[in-house]
Write a protein that binds this ligand. Structure first.
Ligand SMILES: CC(=O)[C@@H](O)[C@H](O)COP(=O)(O)O
Ligand SMILES: NCC(=O)COP(=O)(O)O
Length: 241
């Protein structure tokens, strides 16, 4: 079974567009966890365009009432992000190599270049008891180094999988992700996955059983416009069980 962590960035985007606390991030997280989601994810970016640093504190407080659930905070490890993460102490922190002005996350870490900067960051977060995940492209050869610099997990960046799904290249691209996942497991890493996953493509990725957790937000929120939030969360849970 693959755990579902619902990314609430787009709840924050809608909330921030009117300057009122509606939709309410904490209420949507509570509703999502009550439906049975394993956890919630936010990705506070430096401009706080959607999820805010305050959301991290508020969601950590909510999770006190859901002792079996997890909070995953994603982001680029700049000073502010690291200060917040070390104060909030989420269950999991996913480090993502995004520039502040990126529209969205669109690549994984270049560990050969970034390993020296990442090692102390990973060590500091692990000292706090936080599970550390590196956002990675699905390249099997890179998993050994991810382990060596201290990561607990990798999160496979799945946009290429989503784009290929249902096309002639779909099976070959899926095979690449399975090989990367198997390589990660072989060196002692657990494997998460995320970005552009949806109700159509999530099952094939997770069926082989290598994926511990998927974090899904953009498509889930859009699908909820048609199906309703509760129904969409329950539909993902059914596909991942
Ligand atoms: C790291 C990743 O792929 C996503 O979790 C990211 O959080 C999406 O960010 P936006 O919601 O800002 O597109
Ligand atoms: N890490 C992926 C995530 O949290 C959500 O990505 P998306 O579903 O919004 O594309």
């Amino acid at each position: 079974m693959t755990h579902l962590s619902v990314n609430l960035n787009k709840i924050g985007l809608l909330r921030n567009s009117r300057g009122r606390n509606y939709p309410n991030m904490v209420e949507m997280a509570e509703r999502t966890l009550t439906l049975g989601a394993f956890g919630v994810t936010i990705h506070p970016r430096p401009d706080q365009r959607h999820a805010t640093y305050q959301d991290a504190y508020d969601l950590k407080n909510l999770l006190k009432r859901f002792p079996m659930a997890e909070l995953n905070i994603e982001g680029f490890p700049d000073a502010k992000f690291l200060d917040v993460v070390q104060e909030v102490v989420p269950h999991q922190c996913t480090l993502v190599p995004d520039d502040p002005n990126q529209l969205t996350s669109d690549h994984g870490w270049n560990l050969a270049r970034d390993q020296d900067a990442l090692r102390p960051v990973i060590a500091k977060l692990k000292q706090k008891g936080i599970r550390v995940v590196l956002f990675m492209d699905p390249v099997a050869e890179n998993m050994q180094l991810a382990k060596e610099i201290g990561a607990d997990r990798v999160e496979l960046y799945t946009e290429a999988y989503a784009n290929a799904y249902g096309t002639e290249e779909g099976e070959a691209v899926l095979a690449q992700y399975q090989q990367a996942a198997q390589a990660a497991v072989a060196v002692g890493l657990e494997v998460n996955a995320g970005h552009d996953l949806d109700l159509n493509n999530v099952e094939a990725l997770c069926a082989p059983g290598h994926i511990a957790e998927v974090s899904i937000g953009h498509a889930l929120t859009a699908e909820a416009l048609d199906l309703g939030w509760d129904q969409v969360v329950q539909a993902y849970l059914a596909k991942l069980s």
